[in-house]
Design a binder for this molecule. Sequence first.
Ligand code: SAH
Ligand code: SF4
Length: 480
Amino acid sequence: MPSSDGKETIRSVEHQPIYVTPEEQEKERQAIEEIKGLSQRPQSYFIVTYGCQMNAHDSEKLAGLLNAMGMTEAEDRLKADFVLFNTCCVRENAERRALGNVNWLKELRKDKPDLLIGVCGCMVQQPLMAERILKQYRFIDLAFGTHNLHRLPEMLLSLLLNRKRVVEIDRQENLIAEGLPVKRLHSWHAFITIMYGCDNFCSYCVVPYVRGRERSRRMEDILREAQELRQTGVQEIMLLGQNVNSYGNGNENGESFPKLLRELDKLDIPRIRFMTSHPKDLSDELIEVMATGKHICNHLHLPVQSGNDEILRLMNRRYTRESYLRKVEKLRQAIPDIGLTTDLIVGFPGETEAQFEDSLSLVREVGFDSAFTFIYSPREGTQAAKMEGRIPEEESSRRIGLLIQEVEAATARANESMVGKTEQVLVESLSKRDNTKVSGKGTRSVTVTLEGTEQDIGKIIPVKITSAATNTLRGERTER
Ligand code: SAH
Ligand code: SF4
């Protein structure tokens, strides 16, 4: 966390996790029971989630805790007694949207005086945010940071009993809370967090400041969770971490990501996915496990951020264009039909036209299945926010427009190359436009649309790809 003189004070790498103790867990359980017994308690909740899959999974844990307190999920925020915003701050617009929506909710309280409003997540964990919430957002009843999620029952109980706002933003960064109840969004898909935090300090990124130091869960806890999920018939697990490739650093017994994947593969869950992989830590051993594992999907999200060495150096990414391309080549040698996706940032401070064009040419060279593209957003406390050479907004917008065109062309080529092939599609939803159609993901993570009904959701169906549209493939059921 930056100190008041603006210098970064946490740089040391401390991986050793601190587990929430059984006594602390017991206190939360008691708070859950007490809330259940209160006559004046909220009956329903609605969680608004911003940001990444890590946040989506945190919301599943928050929902699990609220359900345990006897509340039910409301259809929408207008009908809920308790609305909780789980926020993101990775880019400024995510933050602006969250604050705008929280402000809008304030109006609702005029008709509904008992409405409780809470905010949590990364935005709240930022330096000075607690002070801002206390002064500027006086109508917020409950605010807590990323390290306090497991304390929701006690915080809510205190709010309900004392009718005084609760703001809890801990600096206890190395915490791991096991055994929280989870209300999963789907029965056929499950997120499993394998590690928390990040130590990479990419110069543009706020995540290490708001998610704390990198720490990994014990392998036995992860395997137990996966085992339980398998018994419920889950079709796909998605392992989550800011940099899953460094899973196990600091744990005992030589736990590592390839080792974890090998063990998970033995459980026979049909599909295993993971994100995110930092290119600098993508090892030969991991490539081998991906190539030989029976259930590990042939997809890798490998954020490159830029195609230019000088920008990569300024971003503190610790790889070069060349070494990234070598890893891509190795991956394709070992897994010829692998689908690669990535993240790219345009308009990093000082990025010249030529440096930007290196990102365009890299997209062309690699041929990603798809990419998330972002305009650089300065984040307070990060190294890049202090760098000179801000790129004007119109210029960044022009660059991102060109980059999106390049990505779309790569997506079109990748999609075209899949026509005629058979994909195993895990059906996720009914099509919004046509209810005789369903869509889902092949193992490469590309969306496939086919004829089907609600009954197909959660099933894996072999599909022959018949044609390619801009962002999806179309196909027909086949025997195998
Ligand atoms: N841990 C993951 C992702 C973290 S955030 C990883 O390392 O890949 C997701 C993406 O948001 C990043 O990959 C990056 O492309 C983008 N991002 C992060 N900080 C940003 C910023 N300040 N401005 C613009 N994009 C940013
Ligand atoms: Fe942010 Fe870099 Fe860590 Fe990803 S690896 S969370 S981009 S600091």
